[in-house]
Unconditional design. Structure first.
Length: 434
């Protein structure tokens, strides 16, 4: 009997020891946060991997597993993953599709996470205020990872060769300078402009907002109507069309050019000016182009006076999906991505203005002349919120394209093009309100 008792006790000790070892191993097993990044260029991947290594060192119980998803299939891949329950824990979110995803109810509400966050006052304030930015139905559901402001980017060498001493400050100077820089026989144009996509219509919306006394916003008036469906919007579209059809200072392929073609033309010195965010200068810098930047031109356009200065307040965001099984750990990763040290790495890698204003004081940004217009825009609040609503991507990439192309090619009058575009937005807003 005694031998049996000793055997039993020894067996229990072994079992308890094994159980303790298993529990200890389980406790030490790291949690893996899955993350989708739409920044897929090699230098962007390297920056993200560097940040992951830093994060994992500081948080030994958490691993980050990245998946690179190109922008083009990102929306379809996200919708498919939401349908099949295979969304990652966290992801970069493109502003064009924010409204669609928010309406699907797939975001984790971040209000409680932000409440006690030590960096909340350092993040560029606009997206944290109630409004269209990263808010949906009164709650913060994403945070800005990158802040975008529209700048005039120009080729300093081409300006010098044309005898132009400084970038244009007014729209009249802009057209005159663009004409001096244009040489159609060599396929060189003063202004390289995408006829559609966000890089095509956002600069146009900036001009409208600068000259529109009815709204400090580029899409909606205070009463909720379309801010550019009026004589101001029609005149601004006429200016855009004239640059292409009358003054001929833009590429003949402008109506079908997208961002890729616009950046390629500038990088190969086939165009001397373009409107883009600082991060849009990467390919030109890599090609050795001597780049200068300036604020968007101002002044009257076709007799309409300028009311204010504006640059776009666009951003690429980061969020957590509410299906995540590791929300606490995902928030640690998201908040790390927005910390000053991580923002220095990320924003410098993608040539963006940091979302964290403490990071923006780093010399890599503060002493970068390419970012000077962005500093000016943010310091003086020359920014407006870009509204996000379900279907906004279609309005931008489909209907804006149709409107711009038909106006540029002379198939529609500027007024007809603007009204078509405005009515499509009204339809989307009506659908979203149901």
């Amino acid at each position: 009997m005694r031998k049996k008792l000793i055997y039993f006790l020894m067996s229990m000790i072994v079992v308890l020891s094994m159980s303790s070892s298993l529990l200890l191993a389980e406790a030490k097993s790291p949690v893996t946060v899955t993350f989708w990044s739409m920044r897929t260029a090699e230098h962007e991947r390297k920056a993200l991997l560097k940040m992951i290594k830093m994060f994992e060192k500081e948080n030994p119980g958490i691993k980050v597993s990245p998946t690179w998803v190109p922008w083009a299939p990102a929306i379809d891949k996200t919708i498919a993953a939401a349908t099949t329950g295979t969304l990652p824990d966290s992801s970069i979110i493109g502003g064009d599709y924010f409204g669609d995803f928010a309406a699907m109810g797939i975001f984790e509400i971040l209000d409680s996470y932000i409440a006690n966050w030590d960096q909340k006052d350092n993040i560029y304030v606009d997206p944290l205020e109630p409004g269209p930015g990263n808010w949906y139905k009164g709650h913060v559901v994403c945070l800005p990872l990158e802040v975008g402001t529209m700048e005039l980017v120009y080729n300093k060498k081409m300006f010098k060769e044309a005898g132009i001493l400084s970038p244009p400050k007014t729209w009249n100077e802009f057209i005159v300078d663009a004409a001096k820089l244009t040489n159609p026989e060599k396929g060189v144009y003063g202004w390289g402009q995408a006829g559609w996509t966000s890089q095509g219509y956002l600069p146009w919306l900036c001009i409208v907002a600068q000259h529109n006394p009815f709204s400090a916003h580029h899409t909606f008036t205070p009463t909720g109507d379309i801010a550019f469906d009026n004589p101001i919007g029609y005149k601004m579209m006429e200016f855009w069309v004239d640059a292409y059809a009358k003054f001929k200072v833009t590429s003949r392929s402008m109506p079908v050019d997208g961002m890729r073609e616009m950046f390629l033309a500038f990088s190969t010195q086939k165009s001397a000016m373009m409107f883009t965010e600082p991060r849009g200068t990467g390919s030109a810098l890599a090609a050795g182009v001597s780049i200068g930047t300036a604020p968007l031109p101002g002044g009257p356009v076709y007799g309409i006076s300028q009311v204010r200065k504006f640059s776009t307040n666009g951003n690429v965001s980061i969020g957590i999906f509410n299906t995540s099984k590791h929300k606490k750990e995902a928030w640690k990763w998201v908040s790390f991505m927005l910390s000053p040290k991580a923002q220095v790495i990320w924003a410098s890698a993608i040539a963006s203005f940091p979302a964290n204003l403490v990071a923006a004081q780093d010399p890599v940004f503060k002493n970068n002349p390419l970012l000077a217009p962005s500093y000016d825009a943010i310091k003086n609040r020359y920014l407006f919120k870009i509204p996000h609503y379900p279907g906004a991507a279609d309005v931008g990439y489909v209907h804006a394209k149709v409107a711009m192309q038909n106006a540029l090619l002379g198939k529609w009058t500027p007024e007809e093009a603007v009204k078509y575009w405005a009515n499509e937005i009204r339809k989307k807003m009506k659908q979203a309100s149901k």
